[in-house]
Design a protein around this ligand. Structure first.
Ligand code: NAD
Length: 321
């Protein structure tokens, strides 16, 4: 069995490998070769922790396994990241344990890759302004991955907690892009692509904020009750997601589906666009919305890539198991 510790991940896998792995697994999902198993997420009644696992199997790449972990709110005080995760991979031919891989950085990379895949396939080719809603840990990863998909000329940012906006400014500077903190009306009016990555439980981005032709990647809503976007905006947009079942129950579309304004049949798996079986955006004025709920197969895809790279680069730790 191979161990790839968290500290090795940054030196092994970058945005391009993550993008390729996530785009391939979305395609495999839509083609029926890959599927996610039901997600488990429990409040364990200790340390205020939420613990769970996401698992699945991709018959095309033979990635089989699970990501296990969750949210420990007291970790920060201990000098640890609150979100903790580890990926376990198994040999699809024998069931033997194949690898244990640190999953913290991989989670950020695979989540940023998902919105970048959506921008590649759904945003207008002439998109120039990137709008960022949210300035937490994930936001910098999101911005860096998005910036590789279009020739953006400017980044606009908004966050509920303005003291965090410095992260967006620093990341835009790192990318050589001008940055401005703005209100939501200006962000919606000017941005061609909007990424939302917050822990919000109330809509932030409203229908009246958003201009025709915008692509919105909703990346923060991954749990029942969370919400970043007004239901009326969801109802107006052409809807795409990683997995329809998650979109309708724990993703951004959950509220529109529950209220009956949107039917699950109107939500398209982005893999269908990648595979050429759905046209995606059909007009410059379409508002497209990608509901990135985060699926276990994304984790398995990037972890498998990290294992292959660790073997190639000679940093994989092998143990008899
Ligand atoms: P973080 O704790 O570092 O930052 C949280 C962000 O949400 C900040 O911008 C903060 O200002 C904002 N926020 C907090 N409470 C809010 C509220 N009540 N209303 C509006 N905004 C609020 O978190 P992070 O690591 O950047 O993750 C952001 C979100 O993305 C989390 O909710 C996380 O669960 C989600 N996430 C989703 C996926 C996925 O695959 N879809 C993957 C990883 C993380």
């Amino acid at each position: 069995m191979i161990i790839v510790p968290e500290k090795e991940i940054a030196g092994l896998i970058g945005r391009q490998e993550s993008f390729d792995a996530v785009e391939s697994v979305f395609a495999a999902m839509a083609g029926g070769a890959a599927y996610n198993f039901p997600v488990i997420r429990e409040a364990i009644g200790h340390a205020d922790a939420l613990y769970g696992f996401k698992s699945g199997f991709d018959r095309s790449s033979l990635a089989l396994g699970l990501k296990s972990g969750g949210y420990w709110p007291g970790n920060m005080a201990k000098g640890l990241t609150n979100h903790q995760s580890t990926v376990f991979l198994f040999d699809a031919d024998t069931g033997k344990a194949k690898a244990v891989v640190g999953g913290n950085l991989l989670t950020a990379l695979r989540t940023a890759a998902a919105s970048a895949v959506s921008i590649k396939h759904l945003a207008r080719k002439d998109a120039k302004v990137l709008g960022m809603i949210g300035a937490g840990h994930q936001s910098a990863f999101q911005m860096r991955a998005a910036a590789e998909q279009r020739d953006f000329e400017k980044v606009l940012g908004w966050n509920l907690h303005p003291e965090m906006l410095v992260r967006l400014e620093e990341t835009a500077n790192e990318l050589g892009l001008p940055y401005e903190s703005v209100d939501l009306a200006r962000l919606g009016a000017e941005a061609d692509v909007i990424i939302s990555i917050t822990s919000s439980f109330d809509p932030i981005l409203m229908e009246e904020h958003v201009s025709p032709g915008t692509h919105i990647a909703c990346m923060g809503t991954d749990t029942k009750g969370k919400q970043e976007v007004d239901v009326a905006l969801v109802a107006k947009a052409k809807l795409f997601t990683d997995e329809v079942a998650q979109s309708a129950t724990i993703g951004e579309c959950q509220h529109a589906v529950a209220s009956g304004i949107v039917s699950e049949d109107n939500i398209i798996e982005i893999g269908a666009v990648i595979n050429g079986n759905h046209p995606g955006r059909t007009s410059q004025s379409d508002i497209t919305l990608f509901d990135g709920t985060g699926v276990g197969l994304q984790d398995l895809a990037v972890a498998s890539a990290a294992v292959d790279l660790a073997i190639q680069k000679g940093v994989a730790i092998e143990v008899d198991f």
